[in-house]
Design a protein. Structure first.
Lengths: 439, 358, 319
């Protein structure tokens, strides 16, 4: 026992010493941690995304020596999509001098959101998190570019109604969702729209324990015969739902998923039977773009990637989406460097950078991301940017574009955003507002 | 030498039944308390507070509650997580319904809700025994978590289904919510935990505690000597769930700041059970030792490679971490099935003897 | 009145109104039940022979399935991968006996139970380290399991039966039959049962404790592999499968911890009843997802009337 204590003490001392040493050489780099989830039931979705994020940062460091000479220190802290671990990782990376946090799960986002104000920590949650984060005046530190879940819900409805939501009158739409804050995100908007346009919304929750065994949910779908099934799924739930849909003989062309339900591996499980399944996506893989070529050459072929080459992961929507996520963050850093005329940016400066992301057509070309993301622009009042998104369709072996860029119905969403953001601020008094923002 | 008990003799039964019949025990406890109240808060960083100190205290409190039920009264429970959830949701409802209520009162009240639920699920223990009893607490575990998910009233119909802790003041200091400082939260938790522990020590060594132990050792025999089994078992369920409920309220209000239903799912129950068993069933001290091991070990293991500069992927660290925790549990069960508390007892006995071997 | 109607009458009206749908529900329930029964069977065997409540059975399912798929990914032909996986499961059984069980002989039940949770954690970490956490496809076709579906059209509707589910049910029946013959007719099988009845008496007539334990854990490993193949074919192989282990607990309690028959009947009953309850009561009246707790509450209610489960050995208490 005594020896154990001694060893423990010794270990702590060494650890503390090493931490100081770590701080010393971190001079010309910025710490950009990612609360990754390569373990647990959601790992299937997470791994390709994390690989993409990691490889883009590695590529920048290899090709350009980081951002204007500052090494982009990308680090992962593993959460397994577990909120408790997430908060621990947040605290840990904060203590290590992180200038941003990428929480990934909506649950973790909800936990760190109130803390971010106190700690002045920018939260980057591309395509996830809390839809009301769009309101930059209330959520000064949180960003969810390029599109929020409410944007997604609105775009899906527009696509399945052929552009006019009134066509849905009298129809029944099932929302197959994960029973988790993430899955419940679109419900307020869908309920509002259901009332306004006269369609029936049928939420069908899938518990975390039932992700792989959804026969009850699909029996319900068979009984209710909804005209469309919209899926808000993550991780193992997607594969479960798609296999059950095939089994139930639900017509695939009436089955649409949000962008996290479009993992190539999930569809490969069913192959041809999944033909016609559509997923909304604000990203599209393009192996011919400059960035992807550079990543291939400098990272993947150089053996610096964790990519699983045997499954063709490089071509996946999710891998290249991970690349885009890191591109947004890196651009935020570069914008901040330019504006504040400094090299090593701090949290406050990065916040400014993320607030002034401008992914215009020209910028996307310049970055070498041609055709991979629709243009968007964030401002201090709008932390989402609203890129719009494409509808992708599974052709039996891969996803192909099945629509032009869709745009969400701003009027409906902005009203709801204002309402929910205010609700959130009121429930968390005293809540600091960003009053400097005049937009 | 240091632990010599010679020359400390008792002249009355009262003195012999005192909390610390041996003077050195009291000194040791005093030193630990000084450390906990004065020295640690002065030296700890924010990460240490949030990732180590506060969770260790809260988990230890939850394990203490479970230990009363399983260790003292002998009733196996696999539903601790859900009872913590009852405490947390009750506290949330009380705080949002009466925003001006003192948070200490709210937390104390929320314990009663989980005590009531605990007693309700404890009723079958009068008929079902052993592993079969595990099913009643498992039923509670799964049913309650489902209820947290489905019953919108519990989370005030918030669209995400999660509960958020607002900023709560007590005597002009913010003690809970995003604006509370970690040091304040640490002191708050420490004070509650100290008070509850003091209470638990006295309950378990008093009349009720002895009744529980007799029921644990053999309930039929206990019944034959005139112990009311129903009263004994249900009181264990009530007091245990009360403490667990308080721990749950602290868990969300003084540490996490927000919670979603699946937080209280079965992994949490198992975690608390591990702490109680590794620490030592039927011991108060063990809960603290167990919590230090189970909560701190993964945190320390997780930070170690980064600090030592070993280039290793965080996912790999996590995998190794899970393996090490699993292996540690097995190791401790093999080396000392009676838990860490027994280790301390052995050391103490050795110290009393020292330097003479016999 | 309205309320009583919706609980007591409406669900049955629905069942009669769409009999093809009811048949489908029953079939789905049956398939799930077969899987629960298989997992519970692994539990029962181990409990019978060593009084260990083996929580690790669930993770053994995942581990077996992952090993099979992992080996196949490495280029091992499917039909060779199965025996190789069995070898791995055998080694696992030996390791568990040596490292965990032997040092813990004669410890209280709860300590052994905790140790199996420790094994679970260890295997989760170990499995993810080796095979990675992503969802894998079960090699259904390579193993020669038919993948199409059969459609019947009774009562003017349709009932669709997946061929792999059918294979699963038939496979499970065969497995259980073989197991019962083994337990009742072979020498080893009788030794296992003798050990379950009385350790010391069994030892004194020359039955080797450690051999039997390895054997039993190995059989549990075989069952785990069978379960893993079947369940993996339905929903892919990943660590999310682990949660089905929890479902085996109420099945066991319902059937009685020592009874092989109880595990099978308990599994089928819970599989079918929870599906019926979810479809006809849970979804319309309670917001769905009742399958997470139904089995536990049902087992609890049954236990209140029969504290030893349906087929368990009567608990006799002596002072």
């Amino acid at each position: 026992m005594k020896r154990l204590m001694k060893t423990a003490l010794l270990a702590t001392t060494i650890a503390a010493g090493a931490a100081f040493a770590g701080a010393a050489y971190a001079q010309d780099s910025v710490l950009l941690p990612n609360l990754s989830y390569r373990t647990g039931p959601f790992a299937a979705t997470g791994t390709p995304l994390m690989n993409g994020q990691r490889d883009y940062m590695t590529m920048l460091n290899e090709r350009d020596g980081g951002a204007n000479g500052v090494i982009l220190n990308y680090q992962e802290c593993e959460t397994g999509y577990n909120t408790e671990k997430g908060v621990e990782c947040y605290e840990k990376t904060k203590a290590e001098g992180a200038i941003v946090t990428q929480p990934w799960s909506t649950g973790i986002t909800l936990q760190v959101l109130p803390k971010s104000n106190v700690d002045s920590m920018p939260i980057l949650a591309p395509g996830y998190g809390f839809s009301a984060m769009q309101d930059g005046k209330v959520f000064k530190w949180a960003f969810n570019p390029p599109a929020s879940y409410w944007d997604g819900a609105s775009m899906i409805l527009q696509n399945i109604s052929d552009g006019n939501l009134d066509n849905l009158k009298g129809k029944k739409i099932a929302l197959l969702h994960l029973d988790h804050p993430f899955g419940k995100e679109p419900i307020p908007l869908l309920e509002t729209l259901a009332k306004k346009h006269g369609f029936t919304l049928l939420p069908i929750p899938v518990g975390l324990k039932e992700m792989q065994n959804q026969s009850a949910q699909w029996l319900q779908i068979r009984r209710e015969r909804p005209d469309f099934v919209v899926m808000w799924g993550w991780g193992a739930m997607n594969a479960g739902a798609i296999t059950e849909a095939v089994k139930t003989k639900y017509p695939m062309n009436q089955f649409v998923g949000i962008w996290w339900s479009g993992l190539d591996a999930d569809l490969k499980l069913v192959g041809d039977a999944g033909k016609g399944y559509r997923t909304l996506s604000w990203s599209y893989p393009n192996n011919e773009s400059k960035v992807m070529k550079d990543i291939k050459q400098l990272v993947v072929d150089a053996g610096k990637s964790m990519l699983n080459t045997s499954t063709g992961e490089f071509d996946w929507v999710f891998y290249q989406r991970g690349v885009l996520i890191s591109a947004m963050l890196a651009e935020g850093v570069k914008e901040a460097q330019k504006h504040f005329n400094t090299k090593v940016v701090d949290r406050e400066q990065l916040r400014w950078g993320l607030e002034n992301l401008d992914f215009s057509e020209a910028k996307i070309k310049e970055l070498g991301l041609d055709g991979m993301i629709p243009p968007f622009k964030t401002t201090c009042g709008n932390h989402t940017g609203h890129s719009g998104a494409w509808m992708l369709e599974w052709d039996g072996t891969k996803f192909v574009k099945a629509s032009d860029v869709l745009q969400a119905d701003r009027a409906e969403i902005d009203a709801l955003v204002a309402e929910k953001a205010k609700e959130y601020a009121d429930a968390n008094q005293p809540w600091p507002m960003n009053d400097e923002c005049k937009l | 030498m240091l632990y010599r008990t010679a020359s400390q003799f008792k002249t009355s039964y009262h003195a012999d039944h005192a909390l610390f019949p041996v003077r050195q025990d009291a000194w040791l406890l005093g030193i630990i308390l000084i450390f906990a109240y004065a020295i640690i808060p002065m030296t700890a960083s924010e990460f240490t507070f949030n990732a180590l100190l506060i969770p260790v205290l809260i988990y230890a409190l939850a394990a203490l509650g479970l230990n009363i039920l399983t260790g003292y009264a002998g009733q196996l429970s696999l539903g601790t997580g859900a009872f913590m959830g009852v405490g947390a949701y009750a506290c949330f409802k009380i705080i949002t319904a009466f925003p001006d209520l003192n948070i200490v009162v709210a937390i104390a009240l929320s314990g009663f809700f989980s005590a009531a639920v605990g007693v309700a699920f404890g009723l079958p223990s009068l008929r079902i025994k052993g592993f079969y009893l595990a099913i009643t607490t498992l039923a509670a575990q799964f049913f309650l978590v489902w209820l947290f998910e489905k019953w919108g009233w519990l989370y005030n119909y918030s669209s995400s289904g999660a509960i958020q802790v607002p900023n709560i003041e007590m005597f002009g200091i913010i003690v809970a919510g995003p604006n509370a400082s970690s040091v304040t939260q640490y002191y708050f938790v420490l004070a509650v935990v100290t008070a509850v522990t003091w209470l638990a020590i006295n309950i378990t060594r008093g009349r009720i505690g002895r009744i529980w132990k007799s029921v644990r050792d053999m309930d039929i025999a206990a019944e034959l000597v005139g112990i009311n089994l129903m009263k004994a078992k249900l009181s264990a369920f009530a007091i245990s769930s009360y403490i667990v409920g308080v721990a749950g309220a602290l868990f969300v209000f003084l540490w996490r700041g927000a919670a979603e239903p699946n937080l209280f799912d079965i992994p949490l129950s198992f975690r608390v059970l591990f702490i109680a068993i590794i620490g030592g069933l039927g011991s108060i001290l063990g809960n603290y030792l167990g919590a230090i091991l189970i909560v701190a070990l993964p945190v320390v293991l997780g930070t170690l490679p980064g600090m030592l500069g070993i280039p290793i992927q965080s996912a790999t660290v996590e995998h190794l971490n899970v393996m090490i925790v699993g292996a540690t549990i097995i190791l401790f069960l093999i080396v000392e099935p009676h838990g860490l508390a027994r280790f301390w007892q052995i050391i103490r006995e050795k110290l009393i003897m020292w330097p003479f071997p016999h | 009145m309205e309320f009583l109607n919706s609980i007591l009458i409406k669900p049955f009206q629905d069942m009669v109104a769409a009999p093809d749908f009811l048949l489908q529900v029953l079939w789905e329930g049956l398939v799930a039940g077969v899987l629960y029964a298989l997992i519970a069977l692994g539990f029962v065997l181990i409990y019978k022979s060593s009084r260990i409540f083996n929580f690790a059975q669930g993770i053994m399912v995942v581990f077996a399935a992952l090993t099979l798929v992992g080996l196949h990914e490495k280029g091992v032909p499917a039909l060779l991968a199965v025996p190789l996986t069995l070898v791995v499961m055998f080694l696992l059984a030996v390791a568990i006996e040596r490292v965990v069980l032997r040092p813990l002989v004669n410890q209280p039940d709860i300590i052994l139970f905790m140790a199996t949770i420790g094994i679970t954690l260890f295997l989760v970490g170990f499995g993810e380290l080796i095979f990675g956490g992503e969802n894998k496809v079960m090699i259904t076709e390579q193993l020669g399991i038919p993948t199409g579906s059969l459609t019947f059209e009774p009562f003017g509707g349709f009932v669709s039966i997946e061929q792999k589910d059918l294979t699963a049910v038939i496979g499970a029946v065969v497995l259980v039959a073989v197991l019962l013959v083994f337990l009742n007719k072979s020498k080893m099988g009788r030794a296992i049962r003798a050990l379950g009845d009385d350790h010391q008496a069994a030892l004194s007539v020359g039955i080797s404790l450690s051999t039997i334990w390895i054997l039993v854990w190995f059989i549990a490993g075989i069952i785990a592999l069978a379960t893993g193949i079947v369940w993996g074919a339905r929903a892919g192989v990943s660590f999310a499968l682990e949660v089905i282990a929890y479902k085996a607990l109420p099945v066991l309690m319902l059937g009685g911890l020592e009874s092989v028959l109880g595990a099978i009947i308990g599994g089928l009953a819970i599989g079918i009843l929870e599906k019926l309850f979810e479809i006809y009561w849970g979804q319309p009246l309670m917001g769905g997802n009742t399958e997470t707790w139904f089995a536990f509450v049902f087992a609890l209610i049954v236990l209140l009337f029969r504290p030893q489960g349906l087929f368990g050995e009567r608990i006799i208490e002596r002072v």
